[in-house]
Ligand binder design. Structure first.
Ligand code: NAI
Length: 506
């Protein structure tokens, strides 16, 4: 079957342009390649030829495919040579004026029905189209790096984009083996917008000295199933890329507190501590391997105190069962005895607040994060408060490590680590839905494919329970007095009514 666009062109044959050319040729299009740098097109042809030869050597493509794909590439020395193309995708330098000039020039040569697409990741599609004769013909077509492996593309409609153009690009994306998601023209579109929660909240946790970055990485991987911790991810992306994205989205949304960047990354960027590519980021790298600081050892107290759990603990029955399985002596009286370890399990609140409000002896009070069922986590997280006695902290640590499961002990924080980060991610995603930037389904698809999260943010919220996420955010707002935790109306209404976060109003 022939592709939607038989003749297409890629302008700008760097990392992204090459990837787009590869999947377009594989889909059956004749692909014209144009670049202003001398030799850039030759280098791209060479690199694509090497890519296909490797795929051929691995048996992924046949000898015939190898020849056919290569025969579909056409170098172009001038923009005029692109005049018969049905689609031109731009992947040049990320500068508004340069992109505008390119499209204005292209309009002189191509026919009125030609679709123009920009691979911009941070500029407004509407702004790029402004001043063109045919702004309705231009849409965003935002791929991810490396293009052939990251199988999602955001199709962005600018203010004047003809909806039929966006639909045609979505169809073409499917023909290329990618999943299209439709987005309104807003800062960060879907993926770079939804991705704001993970890193910024983790940075706040570290900034408050709740835990060090290696502990935060361990907790989020072992509790929520993220493939990379936020600090591993920042090291991989490098701060010269990720910090400016954090700043840009924050400012484009007029200093919205939810996206506030951190002084930690600003300092590290200024100091050149960028990440893996320079050998030093949050981790140090030796021969490409992160040097991960060892975990603190499990304490070995001579005996363990009895444990008392107040009535309002999250998952109280499950916590009792867990304590039983671990062989703890459980106190069930109205009040704890004078020896008891007091175990609280708040959602959103910190251990200090629970101890103060419930008039508990703070020196014997330790918190445990019970947001997720114990059976689904590979690590338990405990939190002390400023008054917790070291023997009580060590007893709790030893008790919860008895069956060999990993335990992290952190300082007091509203929502521990996972609650804070998950609630922030779900809240930002909910606000994307509230603003109608995309459908709930496209949001979860875009984030799982574009960011590799174990679940889409809305599915994550449904797993925790929208009402629980709402409770966590309300309590975080009380603990921190920070507007960044105010729940999006989308989450507030669905949480209050007990509806799924993917529920769309009639
Ligand atoms: P790159 O620097 O690897 O390649 C850009 C190419 O465009 C170079 O070969 C350059 O010579 C050429 N070029 C510059 N100005 C030109 C012009 N006026 N006319 C024709 N060619 C021109 O850049 P990369 O990484 O491929 O990015 C390209 C675009 O894709 C940017 O808009 C970027 O924001 C976007 N993007 C990049 C991603 C990434 O991870 N690298 C991800 C998603 C989007």
């Amino acid at each position: 079957m022939s592709p939607s666009f038989l003749h297409m062109a890629v302008v700008g044959t760097g990392a992204m342009g090459r990837g787009i050319a590869q999947i377009a040729a594989q889909a059956g299009s004749t692909v014209w390649l144009y670049d202003t740098q001398p030799n850039a097109v030759d280098a791209a042809l060479q690199s694509l030829s090497e890519t296909w030869s490797k795929l051929h050597a691995k048996g992924r493509i046949t000898t015939e495919q190898l020849a056919t794909f290569q025969s579909r590439l056409r170098p172009a020395a001038t923009l005029q040579e692109l005049k018969d193309c049905d689609l031109v995708v731009e992947a040049i330098v990320e500068r508004l004026e340069v992109k505008r000039t390119l499209f204005a020039e292209l309009e002189r040569w191509v026919g009125p029905a030609t679709v123009l697409a920009t691979n911009t990741s941070s500029l407004s599609v509407t702004a790029i189209a402004h001043g063109l004769d045919r702004p309705q013909q231009l849409a965003g077509f935002h791929f991810f790096n490396p293009v052939p492996l990251m199988k999602v593309v955001e199709v962005i409609a600018g203010l004047k984009t003809d909806p039929a153009i966006a639909e045609r690009l979505a169809t073409y994306a499917r023909e290329m083996g990618h999943t299209p998601v439709m987005a309104q023209d807003t800062p960060g579109f879907i993926v770079n917008h939804a991705g704001r929660g993970y890193g910024t909240e983790a940075l706040r946790i570290v900034g408050e000295q709740v835990a060090d970055f290696a502990t935060v990485d361990r907790i989020l991987k072992d509790q929520m199933g993220f493939k990379l911790g936020p600090f591993e991810l920042m090291d991989l992306t490098a701060l010269d890329v990720s910090h400016p994205v954090m700043e840009s989205i924050y400012h484009q949304y007029y200093e919205e507190a939810r996206y506030r960047p951190s002084v930690i990354t600003a300092q590290r960027l200024a100091g050149g501590v960028l990440g893996k590519k320079v050998g030093e980021g949050f981790y140090r790298y030796m021969e490409g391997q992160a040097q991960v600081p060892p975990e603190p050892p499990v304490p070995r107290p001579a005996s363990l105190p009895p444990v008392w759990v107040p009535a309002r603990a999250a998952r109280r029955a499950e916590l009792y069962q867990l304590l039983k399985d671990l062989g703890a002596t459980i106190e069930t009286a109205q009040q704890p005895s004078a020896q008891a370890l007091i175990l609280v399990a708040p959602l959103g609140h910190d251990v200090t607040t629970v101890a103060a409000v419930e008039r508990l002896d703070a020196s014997r009070t330790v918190g445990i994060d019970m947001m997720l069922p114990d059976a689904t986590v590979r690590r338990r997280v405990l939190a002390t408060n400023p008054a917790t006695r070291p023997d009580m902290r060590d007893a709790a640590h030893a008790l919860f490590a008895r069956d060999g499961k990993a335990v992290s002990v952190i300082k007091d924080s509203g929502g521990f680590v996972t609650q804070r980060v998950v609630a922030t991610i779900v809240n930002i995603a909910s606000d994307i839905c509230q603003q109608g930037i995309c459908t709930p389904q496209d949001l979860d698809t875009a984030v799982t494919l574009g960011l590799g999260y174990p679940l889409g943010p809305l599915a994550m919220g449904d797993q925790v329970g929208p009402t629980n996420v709402l409770e966590i955010l309300f309590n975080l707002q009380t603990v921190y007095g920070d507007m960044r935790y105010r729940p999006s109306p989308w989450l507030r209404r669905r949480g209050a009514l007990g509806l799924s976060l993917t529920h769309v109003e009639a």
